[in-house]
Design a protein around this ligand. Structure first.
Ligand code: C2E
Ligand code: MG
Ligand code: MG
Length: 677
């Protein structure tokens, strides 16, 4: 029947009369039989005409009312039309209304455009049907007909609202989706804020476009809404013309894509790229002042090495969660990479307040993380800096927070530090110092001083420890405590360590060539030990003909042994298999778990000078170490021997070797005397 057009001219009356009993129904329609306009009653559920007057039969080109009533009107009816008729039925059930629309009817396939009035009509069995009355034939203006047709069939939702009242018109798509005509413009919006923004903008420029959540028949959906202020063509009253597209799928897909692009996959925190974009935006909001917290996990490498990377990942996820739990709704947690996180607190906070907030955050972040049956102790170090996006760029603020973090690490980790300008100055000094070290490495300004080790039984010098010194062009000889920590931090230790090995090994070759059977000890720092290139370098020296690997001892501290002991032990075995010996330096000051003693190939233990300096009080500990050495067959060396009393005590208790100022201070070989040069 109806492939039609709907150019609504709005509700024309509310004067409808709905009959509910069968007689009344027939009475009601019998009045229509005499009308000169075509009138018929359409049973929406069964797609049949149930009553029709003679004019209607004529218009539908039917021979009789029976003929018309026998037609299946659903044949050739588009789904849009079927839906729309159902909508009308629902509207009529909801309220008594009459409305007029332009429709194109197709009696025997020929289009007839007319203005049709529709009203609800209760059938004798109580179901809602609709009474249709052709009021006038439409002018056959093709553009009008086609545009009205388009309005009917389009999926775009188009509606006209009174400014403060119900819808004046909704096309089928709108009626289907965003609701019945009783709905007001304001009622469309899920979030009243959106409505107010829309009205504010309409008020200002007369039109506005936004994406907002809208209440629809099938729940809340995202819509792209374009609204324009206009006048209702019927009443002349101000109205809002709305065009709406459902963009839910697009929005969800876009939100998901944005989520993925903005987030760190492991922890779900924001990523660095997002942070950069955010602070660019913030830079335009001149009044925003924030606090930037920068933290990482203390000794995270050990977590990975000891418990595996999966456990490490879980620790990071847990940390992200802990951070999210304490921050405010606007604050942001960012994973910068590895175990490094930043938190942006949106707050114009004073020093005391930041302190408090940092403390809360800090306390929440640290604490054991349970992974299955294992509990991993997790501590963090944190640096805090003020951040005013309009004045400072993010990287600079991050650098300041990083400097403060560095202080936390240096002060023993597991703490937070608030950045000060003095720290900044010190960091600058460090940076300059680093550059200086780099050029010293290039110019080979590092040398070794040697400190002898004597055998207590024979009194002979049996070994030398090579200790690095920086021959500084202005400061003279600079001791390792002044530059080794920076080299460790910055990674320069790899190059420095390599130069030390080269200098030391060259000396060892000289002794060898001179027929001197002097042993040499060289210190290997934790970072240097972790460097893959160390074993390669040792191997390349070991391959040199006549190279005395068995007279070279590498001193490692107990810190080197923290982590995956199997890996470390196998690396040490590779080194000892080449012939080198391994000594534990500063024994008794580091790692508390002594189980490593039986698991690594160890030939020497050097008792830390702090025990020697406390003799005789520290006697029991030293005796314990001496007996441990005997049991595992390692040489025991006492370091830092400064006095005759210490010498005598160690001698009496059968310590193997000693080293210290009492014998000689570290010095260039030519100053040490003897034939060791
Ligand atoms: P260390 O390996 O334990 O070296 C012994 C340190 O104790 C040396 O300090 C030495 O001068 C000092 N010492 C020796 N006898 C006595 C004594 O009787 N009394 C006192 N008070 N001190 C004594 P130095 O040369 O300043 O080296 C300090 C640390 O720097 C070394 O401790 C070692 O850990 C590190 N180091 C030195 N050279 C190198 C190197 O080439 N590479 C690496 N990675 N670290 C090195
Ligand atoms: Mg040493
Ligand atoms: Mg030592």
């Amino acid at each position: 029947m109806h492939a039609k057009k709907a150019k609504s001219e709005g509700d024309i009356s509310n004067t409808d009369h709905l009959a509910s009993d069968a007689h009344a129904v027939l009475d009601l329609f019998s009045g229509a039989r005499n009308l000169s306009t075509p009138v018929w009653v359409y049973d929406v559920d069964n797609c049949r005409v149930v009553y029709a007057n003679a004019q209607a039969c004529k218009m539908w080109q039917a021979e009789s009312e029976e003929d018309l009533c026998s037609r299946d009107m659903s044949k050739g009816m588009s789904s849009t039309v079927a839906k729309r008729l159902k909508q009308y039925q629902a509207d009529f059930i909801e309220r008594q209304t009459t409305f007029r629309e332009m429709w194109t009817l197709y009696p025997n396939g020929e289009p007839v455009s007319s203005s049709v009035a529709f009203r609800g009509f209760r059938l004798p069995d109580g179901r809602m049907a609709m009474q249709c009355e052709v009021l006038e034939r439409a002018s056959d203006e093709p553009d009008n007909l086609r545009s009205a047709e388009a309005l009917l069939h389009t999926d775009v939702k188009i509606a006209l609202f009174e400014l403060d009242g119900p819808a004046l018109y909704m096309n089928p798509a709108a009626r289907n989706s965003i609701g019945g005509p009783s709905k007001s413009f304001q009622q469309l919006f899920v979030d009243s804020k959106d409505y107010h923004v829309m009205m504010f903008e309409l008020d200002g420029s007369g039109e506005h476009r936004m994406v907002a959540r809208v209440t629809t028949a099938s729940g809340k959906h995202w819509f792209d809404l374009s609204a324009k202020l206009c006048s209702d063509a019927v009443t002349g009253q101000p109205a809002v013309l709305l065009t709406a597209f459902d963009v839910s799928e697009l929005k969800i897909a876009r939100d998901k894509a944005r989520y993925l692009a903005d987030r760190d996959q492991l922890t779900g925190c924001y990523n660095r790229a997002f942070m950069h974009r955010l602070v660019e935006d913030l830079a335009n909001a001149s009044e925003v002042r924030c606090t930037l917290l920068y933290f990482d996990v203390d000794r995270f490498k050990n977590v990975n090495d000891t418990f595996g990377h999966e456990a490490g990942d879980n620790v990071l996820r847990e940390l992200a969660l802990r951070a999210q739990q304490v921050i405010g709704p606007e604050d942001i947690v960012v994973r910068l990479g590895g175990d490094e996180f930043a938190i942006l607190l949106y707050e114009d906070a004073d020093y005391v307040h930041v302190h408090q907030k940092a403390k809360v955050l800090f306390c929440n972040l640290s604490g054991p993380v349970r992974i299955g049956a294992t509990s991993i102790d997790v501590n963090v170090s944190m640096g805090i800096a003020d951040f005013t996006p309009a004045q400072t760029d993010f990287e600079s603020a991050l650098r300041q927070a990083d400097i403060a973090l560095y202080h936390s690490k240096r002060e023993g980790r597991n703490r937070y530090t608030i950045y000060t300008s003095e720290m900044g100055a010190a960091a600058l000094d460090r940076a300059r110092f680093k550059t200086e070290i780099e050029s010293a490495l290039k110019q080979r300004d590092f040398v070794l001083h040697y400190q002898p080790r004597i055998d207590l039984r024979s009194g002979n010098v049996v070994s030398m420890e090579g200790l690095v010194r920086w021959k500084h062009p202005e400061k003279g000889i600079v001791g390792p405590d002044n530059f080794i920590p920076i080299c460790e931090e910055t990674g320069l230790i790899d190059s420095l360590g390599q130069q030390v090995l080269e200098i030391g090994f060259e000396q060892a070759m000289k002794w060898q060539d001179a027929g001197e059977y002097m042993h040499l000890s060289l210190n290997i720092s934790p970072r240097q030990f972790a460097d893959e290139r160390l074993t390669d370098m040792l191997a390349s020296f070991a391959r040199k003909p006549g190279f005395p690997t068995d007279r070279i001892e590498l001193e490692i501290t107990e810190n080197v042994l923290i982590g995956d002991l199997d890996d470390i032990a196998s690396k040490l075995k590779t080194i000892t298999d080449m012939g080198y010996r391994i000594a534990i330096d500063d024994f008794g000051t580091g790692y508390s778990n002594l189980s490593y003693i039986s698991r690594i190939p160890l030939s020497c233990i050097k008792i830390d000078q702090s025990f020697v300096s406390q003799l005789p009080k520290s006697g029991p500990i030293i005796r314990l170490i001496l007996s441990l050495g005997k049991q595992i067959g390692a040489t025991i060396v006492a370091e830092g021997v400064e006095t005759q009393d210490q010498y005598d005590w160690l001698s009496r208790h059968h310590c193997d070797q000693i080293q210290g100022f009492f014998i000689a201070r570290p010095a260039p070989l030519d100053e040490l005397g003897g034939d060791t040069g």
